[in-house]
Design a protein around this ligand. Structure first.
Ligand code: PEP
Ligand code: MG
Length: 590
């Protein structure tokens, strides 16, 4: 008897937009049975040798993966695999294991297991996504060494059919990059967040991806037909004929639209009544530079520099940062690049920094607070930025400013760095613009005072919403409260804009709100002239702006400002936008 397949829907977090319908392939790594036995004095040297060879082979294996990744479509090296080399070179990992073999007279696999247990105990007990990533890198390396020791280093993905949607509990960066050669069309993981490695790589490679999709491995079986919607975070198992048909249509429609939008993306973002808006890109990794140019960005409105710091044990030195910024500025010239100083802390932690345990990391030693305490780290980054400023148009952005003294102190340090460079006769662009992120309610309330200190404001709506509505942005239980059209948020945007206008400084929006067609018209109507977003969203945003008039946008906003709740405003916006744009922009369904 044939069992009826029932349709089932799972919800996760969409981290890389796009829809794909296809067959699932579950990646469950076979359990490794760890052999434990004692060895005698004569066997010790051999055992140590066996362990060291396994380390060597694992290192070669990682190098091969890295090479494959570099060759893939000629993309630049995704250097997060460097973390793996650092783990392999770790003195504690090597010396402790050798020590256990020698003193406890135990085999290499057992000794390695004891070492990794000890190292893991020394990692502070927080559950930040970054730390989870590190633990998963660590586990992956341990498994790889053990497979080498056991001679079981066979390809786990040997039977993976091309064009599959991969479903796994977690995927390490090395695993994700190995999957690329199978031309996979979607990724679903049970854990992870927006900043997880899997999400970053999938975005860079434009593979639809849903993370934090709990119990995916229980509900999905290899071969099941599933739909992965990487924008909304939806996964549909055994879709009905009708659903499949709808999604196929949607998928084709989506692809067609993408082509149309891309064709026009080099035209200016100008409303029908000639109101010019500038669309710039947000960037996390240098690998995105190509896509930023292809998608028609007019510069980089936000370079989140912390990704250069968090996937490694050491800190990047001035030369490395200089080269990174120099290359970015040169590639984007004649447009400008807004480089944000290190926004570390909160959920993004440095590997070897002795953090004190924080009960509330999002309210703790984050961003500018960290840099003002760690002056040397801050100065190194500022020196690199200033030196690179000769190679393009640099703007410097300070994150999470919440009081006047903070920006004054940051500027003082910047001036110290400038003086040092002058003394060393190193040239730089003394006119590089200075700005701050407006992303906490206090900075909105003192926006006029802050505007007198800087050349521009950049509104980080992700944090502004988090701190104003008191919702942890990485907690999936409260995402339903994430409401950019909450009257409080609209009013804060207006206040910031008015302050910027009064003191004649530039202002832009760079949070996720700026990329969503549902909100773009509000921002344009309010008077924002620059929006910064992920590169892939630019073509559609441009198209939208070219289809509307500024007066339509102003009308939408003024009506909405009379409504009392986020829900009322959203419903009103949807009705209004549907009338103007119809189905053409795929606004409500992507
Ligand atoms: C924001 O908070 O909106 C922002 C752009 O910064 P990040 O997302 O990096 O915190
Ligand atoms: Mg922020």
């Amino acid at each position: 008897m044939k069992l009826k397949k029932t349709t089932h829907q799972l919800k996760g977090i969409g981290t890389s937009p796009g829809i794909y319908i296809g067959a699932a392939y579950l990646i469950k790594k076979p359990d490794l049975i760890l052999p434990r036995y004692w060895i005698n004095n004569k066997e010790i040297n051999n055992e140590v040798q066996r362990f060291l060879e396994a380390l060597e082979k694992t290192s070669e294996e990682i190098e091969k993966i890295q090479e494959k990744l570099c060759k893939f479509e000629g993309r630049q090296q995704i250097n997060i695999l460097d973390t793996y080399h650092l783990i392999l070179q770790d003195k504690m990992l090597r010396d402790n294991t050798v020590q256990y073999i020698k003193t406890d007279h135990i085999n290499a696999e057992w000794a390695l297991h004891k070492t990794t247990k000890k190292i893991r105990k020394s990692i502070p007990e927080t559950h930040t996504p970054q730390l989870q990533e590190k633990t998963s890198d660590f586990n992956d390396i341990k498994e790889r060494i053990i497979r080498q020791l056991l001679g079981k280093n066979e390809e786990i993905y040997g039977h993976l059919p091309k064009h599959s949607i991969v479903v796994a509990h977690d995927l390490s960066p090395a695993e994700t990059s190995q999957l690329i050669k199978f031309n996979i069309k979607g990724i679903i993981t049970e854990v992870g967040g927006i900043t997880s490695h899997t999400a970053i790589i999938s975005r860079a490679l434009e593979i639809p991806c849903v993370v934090a999709c709990q119990h995916a491995l229980t509900h999905i079986k290899t071969g099941n037909t599933i739909i992965v919607d990487g924008a909304k975070g939806n996964v549909i198992i055994h879709p009905s004929k009708q659903q499949t048909e709808n999604f196929k249509q949607h998928q084709n429609y989506h692809l067609e639209l993408k082509k149309i939008f891309l064709k026009e993306t080099h035209l200016p973002a100008e409303t029908k009544d000639k109101h010019r808006i500038h669309l710039t890109a947000n960037m996390e990794l240098m690998e995105e530079l190509q896509s930023i140019k292809e998608n028609g960005a007019e510069g980089i409105g936000l370079y989140r520099t912390e990704f250069t710091y968090i996937n490694r044990k050491d800190l990047p030195n001035e030369e490395e940062l200089f080269k990174n910024y120099q290359h970015t500025l040169k590639s984007i010239y004649p447009y400008s690049v807004t480089i944000r100083t290190l926004d570390i802390g909160g959920d993004k932690v440095l590997k070897n920094y002795p953090y004190e345990k924080e009960t509330n990391p999002a309210l703790g030693l984050r961003a500018i607070r960290f840099c003002l305490r760690e002056k040397a780290i801050f100065k190194t980054q500022l020196r690199a930025m200033l030196r690179a400023s000769l190679y393009g148009k640099l703007k410097i952005l300070f994150p999470l400013i919440c009081e006047l003294e903070e920006i004054q102190r940051a500027k003082k340090i910047l001036n110290e760095v400038k003086d040092e460079l002058r003394r060393e006769k190193i040239e730089f662009d003394d006119n590089a613009k200075i700005g701050i992120m407006i992303e906490v309610p206090s900075s909105v309330m003192i926006a006029e005072e802050l505007a007198q200190e800087v050349d521009f404001f950049s509104i980080g709506t992700n944090d502004l919403i988090q701190y104003s509505l008191a919702i942890d942005r990485s907690n999936e239980n409260v995402t339903y409260l994430y409401r950019p059209l909450h009257p409080a948020i609209l009013r804060m945007l207006k206040i910031s804009l008015a302050a910027a206008k009064k003191y004649k400084i530039n202002i832009n929006v760079c949070g996720e709100m700026a990329s969503d067609p549902l909100y773009i018209m509000f921002l344009v109507g309010m008077g924002f002239r620059e929006l910064s977003m992920n590169a892939l969203s630019i073509p559609r945003a441009k198209r939208m702006i070219r289809m509307m008039t500024y007066s339509q946008a102003k009308n939408l906003l003024s009506e909405a400002m009379h409504l009392k709740t986020a829900y009322e405003i959203e419903s009103y916006a949807k009705r209004h936008l549907e009338k103007i744009f119809g189905k053409e922009l795929d606004i409500f369904d992507s």
